[in-house]
Each structure stands twice: as C-alpha cells, then as structure tokens.
Design a protein around this ligand. Sequence first.
Ligand code: EPS
Length: 395
Amino acid sequence: MRFLTAGESHGPALVGIIEGIPAGLAINEDFINEQLSRRQGGYGRGGRMSIEKDRIKFLSGIRFGLTTGSPLALLIENKDWPNWEKVMSQQPRDRTHERSITTPRPGHADLAGGIKYQHEDLRNVLERASARETAIRVAIGALSSLLLGHFAIYTTSFVIAIGGIKASRKFSKGLSTAEIKKKRGSMLYCLDGKAENLMVEEIDRAKNEGDTLGGVFEIHVEGLPSGLGSHVHWDRRLDNILAGALMSIPAIKGVEVGLGFEAAARRGSKAHDELLLNEKGKICRTSNHAGGLEGGISNGETIVLRATMKPIPTLVKSLSSVDLQTRSLNPAAVERSDTCAVPAASVVGEAVVSWEIAKAFLQKFSGDSLSEVEEAYWNYQNNVREYLGENNVEN
Ligand code: EPS
C-alpha cells in the first residue's frame, strides 16, 4: 500500500492517490469528513479555518460504495483559491512580486528550502511546507481507519499539554478508545476539563502578545493483534515506522512510545510489563509500559504514542531575520497563521498512525479483496491461540 499527495496551501486543491486498498471495503464519506472537520477545529486556529470547509471528493476507485481494488484518487478543494489565483498563477504572463517572501521565518522551512531549491521567492517553499497538506493525509488516514475498523482496530488521540500546561494523567488512565472519544473536550480535544480551560487562557495570552504555542498529544491504537512489524530487520520495526510517520507531520520534534523518556530514570524492575496468568489461565499483563511494542513487534496491548509539537514559527511579533534580497536585518515575514494547532496535529497524528498500522496489517494479512484479508486474519488469530495454548481457554 502506498500513497502520494500534491497541492499547495493556496493552490486550487489538495490531491492524493492511494494504491493497494483491497476491493470490497465500504467507504463512509461522512466518517472521513468528520475527521476533516476535527482537523479544522481546536481553539487557537487562525482565519483560514473560517474560509475552508474541507470535504473529500473521490475521483476513482469506488463503485456503489465499495472499493474496487483500483487506485483511489482523492481531492479536497481549497476554498481560499479564488483569493490567490493571481499570486499562485501557473502562467508565466502573470508573474508578480505581490506577496513574495524574501525574509525567512526562523523555524519554518523558508530558508533551508530556499537554499535547496534556489528560490528567490520563498513562497515557493512555504506553499508546500504549510501544514495545509495534512488535510489530505487526514482523509487518507481516515480511509485506513475504515479498513482497520472492519477488524475492530481503533485509533484515537487526545491533547495532553499546551504551552507548558499539562493535563492530569488520571483522566486518561484505563480508558478505551470509545471512552476517550466520548470524554474528549470539544475546545482542545483534552480529557482534563480544568487543564483545558487553563490552556485556553494561555492561548489567549499568547495570541494577545503576538506569540504561538506548542504542546503534546497522545495516540492509542486498540485491538491490534500481536505480530505486526518485525525484529528481524531495522526497517521492519513497527516503532521505527510509527515514529517516522509522526515525525513527518510539520512541527513535530519528538516522539515517545509507552513510558518513553520516563523509562530512562526507572530501574528495569519498574520499567517492564511482567507476564502473569489470569484466573482463566490466559497470559496477561497488568501494565503497558512498552506501549504495545516489544522488539519492534506489536504485542497485543494498546499501542501508546506521544508526539511533541513545537510552537508554530509564524509569529505576529516577528523574530529577527535577514532579508535575502537586501541582506539587511529585518523582522521575519508574517503570514496569517494559527496561535496553536496542537489539537489539529493530534488528528493528523491519528491519521498517519492509522495509515502505517493499516499498511503493516495488509503486509501481514495480504489479499486483493477484503474477504481474502479476513481469511488470512482469522487463520492467524487461530494460530496465535493454538501457539499460546488458549484454544480451550474462555475469552
Ligand atoms: C493550515 C492552513 C494555513 C495555516 C496553517 C495550517 O493557512 P494560511 O497559511 O492560509 O493561513 O493556517 O499553516 C501553518 C501553520 C504553517 O506553518 O504553514 C491548515 O489547513 O492546517
């Protein structure tokens, strides 16, 4: 399974092509649109989100509500496009310096991208580096969630910190993905209402001061069988793949799995998840410090990942920069942007993780049609029960 995306932030549309989705999967456009709306939400977003109304349009690969096995082509229109038609024109005759950028924003791709691609106008970098691209990845991730949902595998996310304000851990402890979805706040997708209110106040303060905020979000994948990913080769380790996917989201600077950085301060006896037998004789654990991954392989427990987002580098109160045309010290360029996009990034995180899990799932249980995948999956589940001697153990 693979995909490509294309599209500029202020171009006509964002597009994606997915290859390798098996035939026979029911497509629920409402679910995909719901995820797109969630990505647009979250307190602290900028003016662009009141212009856009992201909706998925499929151009191929579906017939009568089911995938056909052919590549799926997806499109999300940019409603802002009519305001940018001149500035973003493809025609040489329309060449203009209007809205061109020559003073890079520290922390953005502007300078490094300008040097690499030799662009005089850094807008050519900004337009593709913008987190607008993540809209199409959310659609692609939602589509993979539909596939995973068919096998009762569910991915969800929630915000655990913004601008240094942390949600209490007690609100997420032991919750299923369905409970998380129900309890998640509507403002910042946080499970701790008190912390969410403080975060909102901090966003207001940062906005008034022309500043921006980062934060941390957590992702859970529930219902995954053991055996996805592999210890036998570095690039097949599922933790490597999931961390890479999260790091591909703009502004993500760190990823944790399970206990993550906290494990470094613990003794081995307090860092691992001991194996026990429950009253029915089934192998179980009472903790999940490994975050559902051991040796790069899913171990049957919930996958727990966290990602850290830096504050968005477009500041109204500009940082110092250098104008590349005049070589003079100048405040960095200001573009319309968000004060805080951590809730949006949590939705993107959920999407990219769903995609990688679905990809690993189809690598293990491959098939051209959904029924072939089902057969491989249930055969494997039987083999696992037999291996663990659980065929005669009640669930
Ligand atoms: C975004 C659209 C962008 C920004 C934001 C994310 O729209 P515009 O630049 O027209 O305001 O709001 O992009 C960034 C924060 C960034 O650094 O590029 C979106 O759809 O998510």
